[in-house]
Design a protein around this ligand. Sequence first.
Ligand code: C5P
Length: 222
Amino acid sequence: RTKLKNINHSLQKKLKCQNLNVIVTAGPTQEQIDPIRFISNHSSGKQGYAIAEEFVKVGATVTLITGPTNTEKPVIDKIQEVKTADEMLNCVLKNLPADIFVCAAAVADWKLIPFQAKGGKLNSKIKKKLNKKCLMFKTTENPDILKTIGFHNNRPKIVVGFAAETDDLIENAKSKLKSKNADIILANQIDQKNQVFGSDFNKVSILEKNKLQNFEKTNKQK
Ligand code: C5P
């Protein structure tokens, strides 16, 4: 009887999600510095992959857009691989409309553009012999994908973002909910106790407009 009840419950969940189109972004982005080098971050993609897999399990049609990772890709029909924040944003836009957008990617906030104090922009490999005083980097901001989609004309009904923070977790998550026009922010405290990057586990707080739920550390799938 319990078994039947469980099957019934998961079938109901599946039926509810069957007509849903979901876009999930995952992993880091890589921003080119010169033809050889890039800047990036520690994101493994595991959290976004786990979310995408769970949506597939309940019958949704899922598009996973991922930056470069060494994590095995989940079994999902539509996986699109990108490198830069610009590419990730274009890919998300091309895949609209959607019902749900989950922005789990750790998008690099800046591009670093190298230039020489005397010589202007560098388009080839930066050589070590360059005088240290001459080599400088200009930062330009990347597009904010979550914010762009949060305020888009074709905005999905549910927009979900993450906030990975070392300080003032809930305050920062609250302000992201508002500034990026998201419905839900999953807030991760990044510290010694919650080493999120590359781990199979995560401790999150889920923040909605008038609701805050704090969860114990659990696997990313859950
Ligand atoms: O970097 P930040 O803490 O603002 O990230 C919060 C949320 O915004 C995350 O969901 C992240 O995927 C998203 N984000 C983005 N584009 C950026 C920076 C962050 O979509 N350039």
